[in-house]
Design a protein around this ligand. Structure first.
Ligand code: NAP
Length: 279
C-alpha cells in the first residue's frame, strides 16, 4: 500500500482510534498518524504519564485518559505497552472491543494466541516494529488472525505504515527471525558505527573525528541504500575498485571468519532467544 492510499485510508475510515500506551513507540505512531492528517479529535489515548506534547494535543481535541465507556467500539485499538504488563492492561480492554474493532499489538514476543485469549473473539493483528519508527523510517512486520477483515487489514496497514515500511507474513513462526533481523537489527547497525569509530581511532584518528566519520558514513550509506533502486551488493561493488583500499578491507570482512558468518550466528542467537522468551 502506498503512502497515498495509507493516507486515504486514515482519512476515510469511520469511528475513532484508541492508543493504549504512548511511550516511545506509541508516541511515534501517534505522531505519524497526525502527520498523515488524522484529526486529533478522532484519537483516544490511555497513558498514565502523558508527555507535555500529549497534554497539548488534548487541547486540540485528543481525548486523553477518557472513561472506558467513551472508548467502546474504536475502529482500532493499538496496544503499545511493555509486554511485561500485558496481563494487567490487555484483558480490561476486552469490553471495549466491538465487532468493528481491530486490536493491533506491537508488544514484542506476545503471540496471537495470548492476545486472542485476553480479547476473546477479537480481530487481532500482531506487529513487530523497530526503533527507526521514531523518525518515520521504521520496518514493521505484521500478522493478522482469521477474524481480521480486508478493510481492517487495510486500516492496520495504514496505521502501521505511518512510521515506515510494513510487510505482512502469514506464518507466526517467522516472527522470531523477524525479531532477530529487523526488531533487533538497528542495534547491530549502531554497533557497526561504534566498531568503525574504534577502528578509526586505532588507525590514528582523533576520537571525535573517528566518531563523526563513522556516524555519517553509516547514516549516509543507509540513506543511499534507502533511496537507491540498486541492491546492497551492487552498491558495495560500486565503491570497490580492483586492487584498491575497499577491496583490501572487504577481503578481511568477507573472509571465512568475516561478517557474514558472524551475522548468521548473531541472528540465530537472537532467534533462539525470541523463541525461548515466548515460552
Ligand atoms: N522500542 C523498540 O525497539 C520496540 C521494538 C519492537 C516492539 N516494541 C514494543 O513496543 C511496546 C512499547 O515499547 P516502548 O519502547 O514504546 O515502551 P515505553 O516507552 O515504556 O512505552 C510504554 C508506555 O505504556 C505506558 N503504560 C504503562 N501502563 C499503562 C496502562 N495501564 N495503560 C496505558 N499505558 C500504560 C507507559 O507509561 P509509564 O512510563 O508510566 O509506565 C509507557 O508510556 C513494547 O511492547 C515493546 O515490546 C518496542
Amino acid at each position: 500500500m502506498s503512502t497515498h492510499s495509507a493516507d486515504a485510508t486514515l482519512r476515510g475510515f469511520s469511528g475513532h482510534l484508541l492508543l493504549v500506551g504512548a511511550g516511545k513507540m506509541g508516541h511515534a505512531l501517534l505522531e505519524g498518524w497526525l502527520g498523515l492528517g488524522l484529526d486529533p479529535q478522532r484519537i483516544l489515548v490511555f497513558e498514565p504519564q502523558p508527555a507535555p506534547d500529549l497534554v497539548a494535543l488534548a487541547a486540540r481535541g485528543l481525548r486523553l485518559n477518557p472513561p472506558h465507556s467513551e472508548a467502546h467500539g474504536a475502529a482500532a485499538i493499538v496496544i503499545a505497552v511493555k509486554p511485561q504488563i500485558a496481563a494487567d492492561v490487555v484483558p480490561p480492554l476486552a469490553p471495549l472491543v466491538s465487532n468493528v474493532s481491530v486490536a493491533i499489538s506491537i508488544m514484542a514476543g506476545k503471540p496471537l494466541q495470548a492476545l486472542e485469549q485476553a480479547l476473546p473473539g477479537a480481530a487481532v493483528v500482531r506487529a513487530m516494529p523497530n526503533t527507526p519508527a521514531a523518525v518515520g523510517r521504521g520496518m514493521t512486520v505484521a500478522l493478522a488472525n482469521q477474524r481480521v477483515s480486508p478493510a481492517q487489514r487495510d486500516l492496520a496497514h495504514a496505521l502501521l505504515s505511518a512510521t515506515g515500511a510494513v510487510e505482512w507474513i502469514s506464518e507466526e513462526a517467522l516472527m522470531d527471525a523477524v525479531t532477530a533481523v529487523s526488531g533487533s537489527g538497528p542495534a547491530y547497525v549502531f554497533l557497526l558505527a561504534e566498531a568503525l569509530a574504534q577502528a578509526g581511532i586505532d588507525a590514528g584518528l582523533p576520537p571525535d573525528l573517528a566518531a563523526k566519520l563513522a556516524r555519517e558514513t553509516v547514516a549516509g550509506s543507509g540513506e543511499l541504500l534507502h533511496r537507491s533502486a540498486l541492491d546492497p551488493a551492487t552498491l558495495r561493488h560500486n565503491v570497490t575498485s580492483p586492487g584498491g583500499t575497499t577491496e583490501a578491507a572487504l577481503a578481511v570482512l568477507m573472509g571465512a571468519e568475516g561478517l557474514a558468518p558472524l551475522m548468521t550466528k548473531a541472528v540465530a542467537a537472537a532467534t533462539r532467544r525470541s523463541r525461548a522468551l515466548a515460552r
